[in-house]
Write a protein that binds this ligand. Structure first.
Ligand SMILES: [Zn+2]
Length: 83
């Protein structure tokens, strides 16, 4: 199943879930259970296009807290490498 990254709109927690194609149900935050989450476009092979845009720039700050040294940012980069 394809994996998707989600970000909680309440607490900002970013997590990854495997969902079947065409999944329409809401995804609850794994950290706080909040039902409003945003699906993140995380596949570098798809969105890596256009000149002057680099995936690493998009990941230069943590999705959750905006801190460049946040450990969650590093986790996201690790996931990107493996995909
Ligand atoms: Zn949450």
């Amino acid at each position: 199943m394809p994996r998707h990254d989600f970000k909680c709109l309440k607490c900002g927690h970013v997590f990854e879930l495997e969902l079947p194609a065409g999944h329409q149900e809401e995804v609850k935050c794994l950290a706080c259970g909040h039902p409003e989450t945003q699906k993140l476009l995380s596949s570098p092979n798809v969105i890596f296009k256009g000149t002057g845009f680099y995936k690493t720039d998009a990941r230069s700050k943590c999705d959750s807290c905006g801190d460049g040294s946040c450990p969650m940012r590093k986790l996201a980069e690790e996931k990107t490498k493996h995909e």
